[in-house]
Design a protein around this ligand. Structure first.
Ligand code: ATP
Length: 218
């Protein structure tokens, strides 16, 4: 397994944000985690990245994990190239050329300040920064947030291509269920810190409760 989370409990003081969450992502698998605002999705991302300590339960990661955090979290005054370099810092990777091969637009933007880029370009920088560490598994917290549908679709294509060609495992944390079901064969649904349902995307998309809540009734 690339990600194995068992009975995970994470609390902020007295408030329980994740309540006995169990989920997994296998090697080379793309899995979605859906849920409304405040469900605990970013808390799970933080626990996976080792930024939050569990109150109980276990988090096991079977390879190098990289996170594309919610809201990108770039250094706006640094260039694109410098933002990328920071992504490779821990793993000692300095040369961004492999990332430019995957995301050629970043080579064109290399000298621009990250803060002046469009939302989609910034998300691409966050994507490239995560790839700098040559991850085996990528946790993507809200790929589509604030982006136009065609921009999201472009980034999603890159993600699917990396999964297909290199076996990159992905946990796609999304509010956009349509996108999540399209990209991922399997999904979990988190509400108020608890997993309420899980299964194959096709089955979930056909479940009236899930469709009603997450697909706008479509
Ligand atoms: P969103 O999609 O709005 O980002 P989310 O599903 O990612 O939501 P989290 O950000 O994980 O949800 O939040 C889960 C719960 O934990 C919420 O009730 C939130 O208010 C609370 N919470 C998150 N971060 C903190 C914090 N640092 N201190 C206290 N409570 C927090």
């Amino acid at each position: 397994m690339m990600i194995e989370v068992t009975d995970l409990v994470v609390a902020y003081g007295a408030a329980t944000a994740l309540d006995r969450v169990t989920l997994s992502v296998a090697e080379g698998e793309m899995v979605a985690l859906l849920g409304p605002n405040g469900a605990g999705k970013s808390t799970l991302a933080g626990a996976l990245a080792g930024l939050l300590r569990p109150a109980s339960g276990t988090v096991t990661v079977g390879g190098r994990l990289a996170l594309i955090p919610e809201g990108r979290q770039l250094f706006p005054d640094l260039s694109v190239a410098d933002n990328l370099a920071l992504g490779g810092w821990r793993s000692g990777v300095r040369d961004p050329s492999a990332v430019y091969d995957v995301l050629p637009r970043l080579a064109e933007l290399a000298d621009r300040r990250a803060g002046v880029l469009s939302g989609g370009e910034q998300q691409m920088v966050a994507f490239g920064r995560a790839l700098m560490s040559r991850p085996d598994v990528l946790v993507v917290d809200e790929l589509s947030l604030g982006l136009a549908p065609n921009v999201t679709a472009g980034l999603a294509r890159h993600l699917a291509e990396l999964n297909r060609s290199r076996g990159l495992a992905v946990l796609l944390i999304e509010q956009n269920a349509r996108l999540a079901f399209e990209l991922c064969r399997r999904a979990y649904v988190l509400e108020s810190g608890r997993l309420v349902t899980e299964g194959e995307s096709a089955a979930l998309a056909g479940d009236p409760r899930v469709a009603g809540a997450y697909l706008g009734g479509a």
